[in-house]
Design a protein around this ligand. Structure first.
Ligand SMILES: [Zn+2]
Length: 484
């Protein structure tokens, strides 16, 4: 950390250190200097400790007494390495993060041993690094998510340049049929000069690790314990190189790269040309279905649903929405260009917000067989939408994956003639945000749920009687217990 502040003003700690250094190098005591400039020693001591800003006239007098130009006192550099560390220590201790700890202020003077000073500085630097890393959390993340969603909507979630890059690669490995095989993936990796290595000890926090020098991609041996398609992981990794990604400059950049790499992988697993042919035939039969799309290309339902949003508007003029919703009712992922109004907080963020209980993404959990094909029309305040929903079980519970479209486009889909229909008046709180009056009367004031907080949704807790808790669920639960 340099002692000069960015606005060009003089840093008092550095000024004091330079003054002390010059005075000692001239073998002057504080008393000698103070009598030479006609000021009290205590006053000079405050200046040397960076605790008082000297007047210009005092600085001139000091420079004169020391026999140096005044500029020597005002330079921004620390006069020595030791002094530099002392200045850094003083700055660290003035940070709110340090002051919040309520620890004593350590003076960096001569009595502080060099190793103690080095150790303190090392700890401060590490603390600052950790705090900076953590600052890429809820607020920043949610804003970045929102911006990215807007950019995706502007281009109808269709990335022509990535489609092009994927098409060129498929051509280079002479891929001419529909889905991409494992063999095809090895060919692509080889074509790009990478070898794949499956290892048992990949770091927990990684999907893959790439040795750039030796162009080796390390992948987990136990491929899919988190439900990731191992082919997709390889292709996502290759995507970062093909798309020229560099170290992300911030969280938004990181997210964008993630989206692009995932897009690239999907564009290889479900090549545009073949996917569009497939969908065109299905549309002609008025039988568009995400399950069929998935089966034709051997990918996960979510990958197929997401890929459908890439192509539906651009190629077929069908506006769509997509969301992944936890069984608890909160949104994990969402995209729309069909005007559907996802629940949002005051900042416009969607992740972590509760979806209307009457939306297909939630009613599906009440259906007799949530794992079979589920279709629903929903009348919302913004119009009627048709949705198809798929439920999948994961280690963190069940999730619904929804693809929806405005009423007039339902006719292109299988299940577009469903008679199932619900009404959603959200965001009117009387739609589903308030428990029924009878339950409130019965239980308000007599229930004390303890919230189970999802750390990644911390900043997105829905408002309610108890933060993070759905009061209606709690009341209904108690009602059932009492009655049984
Ligand atoms: Zn509602």
């Amino acid at each position: 950390m340099t002692a000069s502040s960015s606005d060009g003003s003089v840093d008092l700690v550095t000024l004091g250190q330079r003054l002390r250094h010059l005075r000692r190098s001239k073998n002057m005591t504080l008393d000698q200097l103070s009598s030479a400039v006609g000021r009290a020693p205590s006053q000079l001591s405050l200046i040397e400790n960076g605790k008082r800003e000297p007047k210009l006239s005092v600085l001139q007098a000091i420079a004169g007494a020391l026999g140096v130009p005044m500029q020597d006192l005002l330079r921004p550099e620390a006069p020595s390495r030791r002094a530099g560390l002392e200045i850094e220590l003083a700055h660290f201790q003035r940070e709110p993060a340090y002051q919040a700890l309520g620890l004593p202020m350590v003076r960096g003077g001569r009595r502080l041993p060099a190793d103690a000073l080095e150790s303190l500085i090392g700890l401060h630097r590490e603390l600052t690094r950790v705090l900076t890393e953590q600052s890429a959390t809820p607020e920043v993340a949610r804003r970045a998510n929102q911006q990215l969603r807007e950019q995706m909507r502007e281009r109808n979630n269709y990335f022509a340049d990535i489609e092009q890059a994927a098409a060129e690669i498929l051509q280079s490995v002479k891929h001419t049929t529909g889905p991409l095989s494992q063999r095809g993936i090895l060919d692509i990796a080889a074509q790009l000069g990478f070898t794949l290595h499956y290892v048992p000890d990949l770091p927990d926090s990684t999907r893959s690790v790439t040795d750039l020098r030796n162009r080796r991609i390390y992948l987990p041996q136990v491929a899919s314990n988190k439900g990731h398609d191992p082919r997709a992981v390889v292709l996502q990794t290759l995507g970062h190189f093909v798309l020229g990604h560099e170290d992300p400059s911030d969280y938004g950049d990181f997210l964008r790269q993630r989206v692009e790499a995932n897009y690239f992988a999907a564009a290889l697993l479900m090549p545009e040309k073949f996917a569009v042919d497939f969908l065109r035939d299905a549309k002609a039969d008025r039988a568009l279905a995400i399950d069929d799309f998935r089966d034709a290309f051997g990918v996960s339902y979510e990958t197929a649903a997401h890929r459908f949003t890439n192509l539906a508007t651009h190629h077929f003029g069908i506006p769509v929405h997509f969301c992944r919703v936890h069984e608890s009712g909160t949104v994990y992922k969402a995209y729309e260009n069909d005007g559907v109004r996802f629940p949002a907080d005051v900042t416009g963020a969607i992740e972590g917000q509760p979806v209307c209980r009457n939306w297909a993404s939630r009613t599906v959990f009440q259906s007799a067989n949530p794992y079979s094909s589920f279709y629903q029309f929903t009348d919302t305040v913004g119009g009627t939408y048709w949705c198809t929903v798929h439920v999948e079980s994961t280690r963190s519970g069940e999730f619904s994956v929804t693809v929806g479209t405005p009423y007039e486009h339902a006719r292109w889909f299988r299940g577009g003639d469903t008679t199932r229909r619900t009404v959603s008046r959200c965001p009117d709180p009387d739609c589903c945000r308030r428990p029924p009056a009878a339950l409130v009367e019965q239980w308000a004031g007599h229930a004390w749920p303890s919230a189970r907080v999802h750390s990644h949704l911390l900043a997105a807790l829905p408002p309610g009687t108890f933060p993070g808790v759905d009061a209606q669920d709690v009341y209904e639960f108690l009602e059932r217990r009492v009655q049984s």
